[in-house]
Design a protein around this ligand. Sequence first.
Ligand SMILES: *[C@@H]1O[C@H](CO)[C@@H](O)[C@H](O)[C@H]1NC(C)=O
Ligand SMILES: *[C@@H]1O[C@H](CO)[C@@H](O)[C@H](O)[C@H]1NC(C)=O
Length: 403
Amino acid sequence: MSMAVRSARLACGPRGALLLLLVILLSALVVLHKVIQSPLLNQNKILQDHLRGQHERHIRSTRTILLWTDFFGDPRWKLSWDTLGPQELRDELHCPVYQCEISNQHAFLPAVELYDAIVFHAAEMFPLLRPVPSHRSPHQAYVFALMEPPGETKHRLDDEQGFYNLTMTYRLDSDVIWPYGQLLDIATDAVVAPSVKPPWRKPPATFNDTLVWNLWSGKTKTAAWFVSHCATLSKREVLANRLQEFFNVDIYGKCGTLRCTRGDPRCDEMLDTDYFFYLAFENSLCDDYVTEKLFDALQRTVVPVVFGGADYSRILPPHSYVDANRFETVEELARYLNFVAGDPDMYVSYFWWRSHYRLVPSSPFCDLCARLHAPAFGHKTQFYHNIQSWWFNSCRLESRIRL
Ligand SMILES: *[C@@H]1O[C@H](CO)[C@@H](O)[C@H](O)[C@H]1NC(C)=O
Ligand SMILES: *[C@@H]1O[C@H](CO)[C@@H](O)[C@H](O)[C@H]1NC(C)=O
């Protein structure tokens, strides 16, 4: 019997039929699988699987950040160690995305091109001996880090056009925002400001507070000003002088006659007990720029009078401060301040926000870490072609209030 006859017989027998059925079933399964997995039916799942995998790969791989320069003499940039790993970012800084290592040790990785980000403090000259890294990878980000306003940037930026990939400053249009202080909504635990449009609560129609009321009745002096730079771009000294035509401004520090050592608790206490207003006048009029002094004053029972280039509604709750630039003339401002100081209901109402918001410290390194993990990072290159104009164009010389 030839092979051909035998296999034909096999195919015709009951076992053959079974085999044929099996083959048909298998092919059907393969076709069914193809159909189910086809983008025609299942594109969402394909995308989902891809993104999940990518997200996990992103989170799992740690990003490394090198602090190239120091921060005003502090090689640790106010962090607690020379090198911080994911554990410190999670437990000490409470970063939501914490898979990063931050170090000021230049030999932390074997080659400088391996860091994902290199941070430069642009308020000072770069170190003479080691100005910038000798090698640069196109995948890494050079970070322009700065807390001082443009007028205090002691550094030539026109040499650095096209150098930086990310900005990390107090400006709200920075890639990584680095504010002097943040306000948290006590009820939701969410940080609400500074931001472009904070979802502020509305101040209540009436508000009373025994503590503030009692302090108000003991206060006798109108305004305190703590200042060490006397001639400034903003001409705040002119505003303070003009206010002296209407009431006493007590000037503490180099530009006045009164002294109070920084950090002495009595300086803070006297704001609660003696003064109605604290002058938080900035040295330059720049977008989003306010100093830590403003946040220090918020901790006391004193109403800040602000003068600066920021839109303060991005930073402070409504009806918690008096903005000099809301007035046309110094006389109008002075008249308003005298009115508020003389009316206890009005004065006390400026403290409504304290039962809803709390000041919290912030670290820009959490944001930087998150930024380096964002899906867009690594798919898109970006750099600041003209960092000097990006930085300088945020300031003005003229204030709204006429000086
Ligand atoms: C606010 O509280 C103080 C002290 O408790 C009280 O003397 C004062 O009359 C209150 N003011 C109003 C408008 O209720
Ligand atoms: C950073 O900027 C440089 C140009 O200065 C560019 O070559 C590089 O690709 C940029 N890197 C990223 C991650 O955007």
